[in-house]
Structures are given as C-alpha cells and as structure tokens.
Design a protein around this ligand. Sequence first.
Ligand code: NAD
Length: 398
Amino acid sequence: MNGIYELLMPGTVLYGSGSAKEVGKQAMKLGKKALIISDPIMNKLGYVEECQQHLKESGLACVTYLNVDSEPTNIHVSEAMAICSEELCDHIIAIGGGSCIDTAKAVSVLITNGGTMTDYFGTGKKITEKPLPVIAIPTTSGTGSEVTKVTVITDVVTNIKMMLADASLLPAVAIVDPNLTASCPKSVTAATGVDALCHAVEAYISRKAHPVTDALALTAIEHIMGSIRTAYEDGGNIDARAQMAIGSMLAGAAFSNSSVTLVHGMSRPIGALFHTPHGISNAMLLPAVLEFTMEASIERLAQIGRKIIANAGNYSDEELAICVINELKQLCFDLNIPNMKKYGIDEELFTQSLSKMAADAIESGSPANTPKIPTMEEIKALYERCYDYDFSAKMQLV
Ligand code: NAD
C-alpha cells in the first residue's frame, strides 16, 4: 500500500440511542451561549425544546433560529448570522437534516471570516479565521453532514447550489442519535437513505478513493443495503434506523475524505433549478450514471457486489457490476423514486436548462472524480436519458 492519506473527522463523535441528551455536557466545553439552528418541523416535533432543556440543565444560555428550509439559501444564512452576532453567541448547535447542519456550518465560518458564501465559492476567498464551534445533531440518515467538511448553500441570484469544502467546516462535535430519525416520513427516509448510499458508492468508485475511505464506504454500503427497505416500510423499527444512522455517518466520512462524483455533480443543478429534494435528484441519476461509468469501474462495482449480491462467487466481475446496477435500480423502484418526468419537471424548461446544468455540474469539480470523466455533451445526454428513465428495465447479464 503506497501513499500518504488524510482522514479528517469531527473532534468528537457520540453515537447511540439517547445520545442527544448529552448535548448540554458537550456544549459546556465549547462556550456559554448557543445559537440553535433548526427548522419548523424539528420545533413542532419537540426536538428543539428538548435541546433547550438540556442546555438549561447545564447552565447554558441559548437563542434560536428556526426558519431553515430544505435546500438552504444565502438568505437563511444571513438571517441566522444576524441573530448570532446580535446575541453574541459563542457556539452553534444544529438540529435537523443536512439543511440545518449546512446552514450552521456556513454561519460558523462567515461570522468569524466575514463576507458571504458567494465570496468563498469556487476559487474565491479563503477561510483563514477559526470558525465558531458547531455541534451537529442529525435527524435524517442521509447527508452525513455531521461528519463532513462540506456545506451546500444555494445562491438565490445565480440559482447555483454552492458547495464549499474546507477542514474548518468540520463540526466540533457530532451527536448521532438514531431515535431522532424515527419520525422521518417515508418520502424523507427514501430520499435521504439513497443520498447516503450515493455518498458511499461514489466515494468508493471515486478517483480520490483511498484505503481508509474504501473501508468506510464498503461498510456503509452493507449497513444501508441491509436496512433501508425496513426503515422505509417500518419507520419505527429502531434497529433499522440505527443501521441507517451508522451507514449514513460512515458514508459521510467516506466521501468527505474521498469525494463524490458525477451523480452529485449532476444532482446539484437539478436541485437548484427544480427544487427536488437532494436525495431524490441523486436517486434519479444513480443507475444511469453507473451504467455510463461502468466500463471504467468494473472491479470496484464487483467489489461492492461481493458485499451485497447473494452467491456473488458465481459471477464474473462484469456480471457482478451489472448485478449491482440492477440491484440499485430495483431499490429505487421499491422506494418509489420517480424519474424527472414523473416528478413533474417541465420538459421544455428542462431542455432549455441542459447547457446551464451541464456547465454548472462540470464547474463544481465533482464529475472530474468519476472513473470515466464525461464531456459536456455526454452530461447533457445523460440528463436527457434520466428525464424519463425506467427503473424497472434491468440490464442483461453478458
Ligand atoms: P433536509 O434537511 O432538507 O430535510 C428534509 C425534510 O425532512 C425537511 O422538511 C425536514 O424538516 C424534514 N425532516 C428532517 N428530519 C426529520 C425527522 N426526524 N422527522 C420528520 N421530518 C424530518 O434533508 P437532508 O437530505 O437531510 O439535507 C439536504 C441538504 O443537505 C441539501 O441542501 C443537500 O445539498 C445538503 N447536503 C449536504 C452534505 C454535506 O456534507 N454538507 C451532503 C449531502 C447533502
């Protein structure tokens, strides 16, 4: 094994049923006054109040920003920043899905470094100052944002989902309590679960994969494939939720230290323009993108097959790669993932947007991590193929 590899993780990761109760003890190490960033659904479910109670028991003050929406924008970030600076908060606690955690990460960096997210996007301004510490408490098993060095914020002017990756965006503490995910409705369980699966598969086939991310990604795939259907069908099954929470966290750690690839590169422009939930736009693309890149990733897909396909020893590598793609198609079908046409994306607007979406995908850098690097024209053709993709049509074994 040659090379020097880096593994970046949050300072502390707490995992387990009931771990959310530890938030007060963790927060005491970080400061005296917290800004809790969350959304109206988390508030209604009582998760915010529980957190406030734990902070109070630890003698800490807190204020809240509870207006995060799915696919957060620079407007959510600046609203939360205003509260953070007016109230002189010294740390941030995010409770929610990736949208709340990403908003918290963006606020934590901008408060100490100044400017807006747009300034830092691409080859822009660099983060030089230490951000406010963040405690990330995920309530979905999907993004893995609690352990990643990534935040994704949509610029409402350019309609671009800006992905910023920097070690300073790693939360100080991740608290992964699977009990909090049991309230996820079926649609959220499906979308976020496939997002986590995409992270693991993409991290594993990525040109930037390394031995540690390989181990994280393969274990994540096993956990997710072994529990996603149960979590979807029987949301109250805490064992399945726990497997998904581990899988999602490991998948996040895998892609944060390796990378995502063409699926995520093409998915962000769909989310920015058509406001599809992030996991759904990934799922709409995953099988078709794997078909495209299969010729350059047969060994890697076969290795995934050895983890998830019964009697894998009976197949050649190429056959196993096909079995894996068929298995993922079947999963999308079973989870009722719609193609873009069924989701209701307007065909004319979609066709008009092809060049912008393909250009934005390439600009994000993710497609270049794919084993078979696509051209602009190939990306446009893939978007067109995915528009009315048939998840029930299987590839034939060679
Ligand atoms: P989300 O945070 O947008 O949540 C989706 C919906 O589910 C929301 O309405 C939310 O209120 C609801 N919800 C969340 N948890 C719930 C629960 N326990 N019970 C009931 N309802 C619940 O969805 P997400 O997929 O977790 O995050 C998506 C965002 O994360 C996107 O903006 C995406 O680009 C970003 N993302 C970030 C990273 C990263 O590493 N930072 C990685 C992947 C995706």
